[in-house]
Design a protein around this ligand. Structure first.
Ligand SMILES: NC(=O)c1ccc[n+]([C@@H]2O[C@H](COP(=O)([O-])OP(=O)(O)OC[C@H]3O[C@@H](n4cnc5c(N)ncnc54)[C@H](OP(=O)(O)O)[C@@H]3O)[C@@H](O)[C@H]2O)c1
Length: 254
């Protein structure tokens, strides 16, 4: 079987956090469009399974294990090994890996939780982008899609830690668009509302009142968010720079 379309044929993509949840849908969607996808996360077994699924569907993929909370050396190793796995420089970087949990009062957030969230959600994408973008600039082309969150655009009750990391991701998106757009690299973000991933059940009680006031009255599917990422990564979005595309069922508008 060959990939469904050829829109991204010949491109290489690295999707962080693609061993589970939303990242799996993004990896598969990019591969479906013909890209070679480097799947990454800490869990090799789940990563290998995603690669096997992509290959079984006729796509191309490889796996590189990395713990994005482990510091700069680990992030730089991922950047290097991703290019090796893909057989050339990375064209598309999707900064998707992120730590999220149930709402927690600010006064109960530990310093350790604060640092862990910032390390994975902000520091790692910052360092990974810094490691991969020079080769994109050198070739005069590249696309970076950051996964933010609607909670980084609006305030959230007991969500200060997570929301602030995602607001930082949105801010990085705009600054990088200004910094790298003139040199051929487009940087954009998606801001999902609640997504129906395997972990959604964990947040069911918290989400019920939210869903009741979202215009669509439902969560997004992972495939719906992945479609927005593929759009921003591809040439259909050739003149879109620094946008934060909400995929939230209208939550932010309500
Ligand atoms: N789910 C939602 O409703 C929702 C809404 C808005 C935004 N988002 C954002 O969407 C992104 C994906 O969320 P999700 O719900 O799919 O999360 P998830 O189901 O918890 O999956 C997280 C992914 O990130 C990886 N990951 C976590 N910590 C990592 C680390 N230290 N190093 C390397 N990889 C790490 C995990 O892989 P390993 O376990 O293999 O390391 C996994 O593949 C996140 O940025 C999240 O903030 C989610």
């Amino acid at each position: 079987m060959s990939p469904n379309t050829t829109r991204l044929r010949g491109r290489t993509a690295l999707v962080t956090g693609s061993t589970g949840g939303l990242g799996v849908a993004i990896a598969k969607a990019l591969a479906d469009q013909g890209a070679f996808v480097v799947v990454s996360g800490r869990d090799k077994e789940r990563g290998d399974a995603v690669v096997a699924e992509i290959r079984a569907a006729g796509g191309q993929a490889g796996f590189v294990a990395a713990d994005l909370g482990a510091g700069a050396d680990e992030v730089l190793r991922l950047a290097q090994q991703a290019a090796e796995s893909a057989g050339g420089p990375i064209d598309i970087l999707v900064n998707n890996a992120g730590v999220w949990g149930l709402p927690e009062p600010t006064s109960e957030v530990s310093e350790q939780a604060l640092l862990e969230s910032y390390r994975t959600n902000v520091v790692a994408p910052f360092l990974l982008t810094g490691a991969l973008v020079p080769a994109m600039v050198e070739r005069g082309r590249g696309a970076i899609v950051n996964v933010g969150s609607i909670t980084g655009l609006i305030g959230g009750d007991r969500s200060a830690l997570y929301s602030s990391t995602k607001a930082a991701v949105h801010s990085l998106t705009k600054s990088w668009a200004v910094e790298y757009g003139p040199r051929g690299v487009r940087v954009n973000a998606v801001a999902p509302g609640p997504i129906a991933t395997e972990r959604a059940a964990e947040a069911a009680d918290h989400l019920a009142p939210v869903l009741a006031r979202i215009p669509s009255r439902r969560m997004s599917t992972p495939d719906e968010v992945a479609a927005a990422v593929v759009f921003l990564a591809g040439d259909d979005a050739a003149n879109i720079h620094g946008t934060i595309l909400s995929v939230d069922g209208g939550w932010a508008a309500a």
